[in-house]
Design a binder for this molecule. Structure first.
Ligand SMILES: Cc1ncc(COP(=O)(O)O)c(C=O)c1O
Length: 364
């Protein structure tokens, strides 16, 4: 039995007719950039998240860069984030000329440890980027309280968490802004790149719309140096179809995750849950001391698995200049040694689930 980490083909087959029609409609319209599909998707995502505004951009990385820029964050400023995330969460801080500052993660949820957050705040700190890792939200209300005490901006990196909730509030909707990625493997994935910012701050939304289009509000009149960062009509049309199924797919992932939680052996550390969070399992990441053996055993049985993440951000070559060393964030470092993602998506069959569990149980 061959089980990929994610089966985009199986998902496509369930919505093929609607997707093909949506693509055909865009081709028939011959409108490709900044058109009605993108605008409709912005409205639908804002409604889905419960925010006033949503601004579509070219990818999740740009969503962070443009938001940082719009808030005027740049050289001399510090932005606090997690060392256990995809590179873009901190890369974007450096891209705007600011300095990423890391805070270690919670050993249960692997999200930023909020008990240590305030210690990292200095006179230079301008913003906090909490990341909802693997699709489980952290307590952004608490981050907002800390931020309010110090006059800081909070940008939720919700790239992996669209549809996730914390005490009934949606990912992206609690901070000053929230950013999403529509990279194909995300829970709401385009068939190419895409990204979005959600916010209740209308001034921010206006700034973002200006920045994504060369600093322009009126064609050929440029108020600022901006970017070329738009979500094209084909991707927007595809995402509009897929958005209708997002809750169903997320629920499917939760059901598969519950199966693993129940059937995996004691020797495996299951993904840690915050009882206030409703996760969407962008990835089901277990932890084991025998990761290499487990990966080999799964591969021999035809099951894909992947390491998220092999290197914490503070030890990345690109951040050598920040002066961090091994031992600075021990929880993140240990997670990088033990974390392993196994397949967890709506289309998995019971036979596939049983096979994955059997392979894992074999060696434990
Ligand atoms: C946590 C996180 N932040 C940011 C990004 C960047 O998104 P994109 O790949 O769409 O630029 C990703 C995804 O790749 C991510 O997982």
């Amino acid at each position: 039995m061959r089980i990929p980490l994610l089966d985009l083909q199986a998902q496509y087959l369930t919505i093929k007719e609607e997707i093909n029609q949506a693509i055909q409609n865009v081709l028939d319209s011959s409108v490709y950039i900044l058109g009605p599909q993108m605008k409709a998707l912005e409205k639908e995502i804002a409604a889905y998240c419960g925010t006033k505004e949503a601004v579509a951009v070219a990818n999740g990385t740009d969503a962070l860069v443009l938001t940082l820029k719009a808030y005027g964050i740049g050289p001399g400023d510090e932005v606090i984030t997690s060392p256990f995330t995809f590179f873009a969460s901190a890369e974007t801080v450096a891209q705007v000329g600011a300095t990423p500052v890391f805070v270690d993660i919670d050993p249960i949820t692997l999200n930023m440890n909020l008990n240590q957050l305030e210690d990292k705040i200095t006179a230079r700190t301008k913003a906090i980027i909490p990341v909802h890792i693997f699709g489980q939200m952290l307590d952004v209300e608490r981050v907002m309280e800390i931020a309010a005490r110090h006059g800081l901006i909070v940008i939720e990196d919700a790239a992996q968490a669209i549809g996730a909730e914390y005490r009934g509030r949606k990912a992206g909707s609690i901070g000053n802004a929230g950013t999403f990625s529509f990279f194909p493997t995300k829970n709401l994935g385009a068939y190419g790149d895409g990204g979005m910012i959600v916010t209740n701050d209308e001034h921010l939304a206006d700034q973002l719309r200006m920045l994504r289009f060369h600093g322009c509000r009126t064609k050929y009149y440029h108020d600022e140096i901006g970017y070329n960062s738009r979500l094209d009509e084909l991707q927007a049309a595809i995402l509009r179809v897929k958005l209708k199924f997002l809750d169903h797919w997320n629920q499917g992932r939760r059901e598969k995750a519950a199966y693993f939680d129940e059937h995996l052996p004691q020797s495996i550390t299951l993904p840690g849950r915050d009882p206030n969070a409703l996760p969407i399992y962008h990835l089901y990441v277990l932890r084991t001391k025998n990761r290499k053996d487990l990966m080999d055993r799964l591969a021999e049985g035809g099951v894909a698995s992947a390491i998220y993440y092999p290197v914490p951000l503070h030890l990345q070559k690109a951040f050598r200049n920040l002066g961090y060393k091994t031992g600075d964030f021990p929880v993140a470092e240990k997670a990088c040694e033990q974390a392993l993602a196994i397949p967890c998506y709506s289309e998995l069959t019971i036979e596939q689930l049983e096979w994955i569990v059997e392979l894992i149980n074999k060696g434990e």
